[in-house]
Write a protein that binds this ligand. Structure first.
Ligand code: A2P
Length: 323
């Protein structure tokens, strides 16, 4: 297979390369693209050094088996569309196409079947949404979700490599912030993305809209508060959810223990540092909510893996197996 990665020098792009190696996918050729800034740099893939090329329109007109994009919305809007017009299958990590009705928004463990006989752009969901829905999927199937109230504690790497640099510089005592609206180191910033007319942030609306689209259920109501915290890798979420059906703690535990890509921890407290190399969505601190129709739990996952690169590679594997 010939695979291309757009945004290969970034946080997610580099992890895509690692996950492709780990999954031992039969790749004959890997082409890496980024901006002019990193063209010429080399990245290792399976003992070979691959030179990053500058992304151009011409490069997107060629034929690939799969193109994985993680270079931001504006790059996806311009270049993923060209690649799709030339018959390629694109897995796009940006938010550019997620809300388009004709574009599948995929978490393979939940709605991967939509990839059967599909070619073109496939959207990879928002990082916080992926880890939350992996944890909730089988519970929703059994008990039918009505409401989710979630507060996130999102890692700095979610805003890209330069955001990590900004936090590192602040830690060394340098002042100044360009990526975040306030100093992030030793602080907590209760806004991710921009504030919209309804008072919610764009990140909060992604969690709301993408949950409805992925579960294919307009009746689920989601209220999110998304917060940036000075953690390098690993998003945490405090999740309260209410179901139509009655739940029992024991049966919720059993369902979580049998959910794909989910690890349930009965007596442990799980933090971002505990799950750095994990490809699972971790659930701990499970307890009953107000009554037997609701639960509370703590959810942690590596945002660059589960929330981006691993989900993209799993989409690719699902597409291969279905087509
Ligand atoms: P570059 O490193 O050359 O700037 P991150 O999310 O960590 O900030 O990474 C973003 C990725 O998207 C990087 O690989 C970056 O390349 C790439 N990128 C950003 N803007 C462009 C662009 N206009 N054309 C191609 N790649 C881009």
């Amino acid at each position: 297979m010939h695979i291309g990665i757009v945004g290969a020098s970034g946080e997610v792009g580099r992890m895509m390369i690692r996950v492709l190696e780990e999954h031992k996918i039969g790749i004959e050729k890997l082409s890496l693209f980024a901006s002019k800034r990193s063209a010429g740099e080399k990245i290792k893939f399976n003992e070979n050094e691959i030179v990053i090329q500058e992304l151009t329109k011409d490069s997107m007109m060629k034929k690939y088996d799969y193109l994985l994009f993680s270079a931001g919305s504006s790059v996806s809007k311009k270049y993923a569309s060209i690649a799709a017009e030339h018959g390629n299958v694109i897995i796009d990590n940006s938010s550019a196409f997620r809300s388009s009705a004709e574009i599948p928004l995929i978490i393979p463990e939940i709605n991967g079947q939509l990839l059967q006989n599909y070619r073109g752009i496939i959207a990879n969901p928002n990082c916080s949404t992926i880890q939350m829905l992996l944890a909730l999927n089988k519970l929703h199937q059994k008990y039918c979700l009505k409401k989710i109230v979630v507060s996130t504690y999102q890692a700095v790497s979610g805003a890209g490599h330069s955001a990590l640099e900004e936090m590192k510089n602040q830690r060394k005592g340098k002042s100044g912030n360009t990526i975040f609206p306030k100093k992030i180191d030793l602080n907590v910033i209760p806004i991710i993305g921009e504030i919209l007319e309804n008072g919610y942030s764009s990140e909060e609306m992604k969690m709301q809209n993408e949950t409805v689209k992925i579960f294919g259920d307009r009746n689920i109501r989601v209220s999110a508060t998304t917060v940036r915290v000075p953690v390098s890798y690993g998003h945490s979420e405090s999740i309260f959810c209410e179901f139509k059906e009655e739940v029992s703690l024991e049966s919720v535990k059993q369902i979580l223990l049998n959910s794909d890509a989910v690890v349930f921890h009965e007596n442990e407290i799980i933090t971002p540092l505990d799950i750095v190399n994990s490809d699972a969505s971790h659930v701990s601190r499970l307890r009953i909510g107000f009554d037997n129709h609701s639960i509370n739990f703590w959810n942690v996952a590596n945002n660059i893996r589960v929330g981006a690169a691993t989900n993209a590679v799993r989409i690719m594997e699902k597409h291969i197996s279905l087509n």
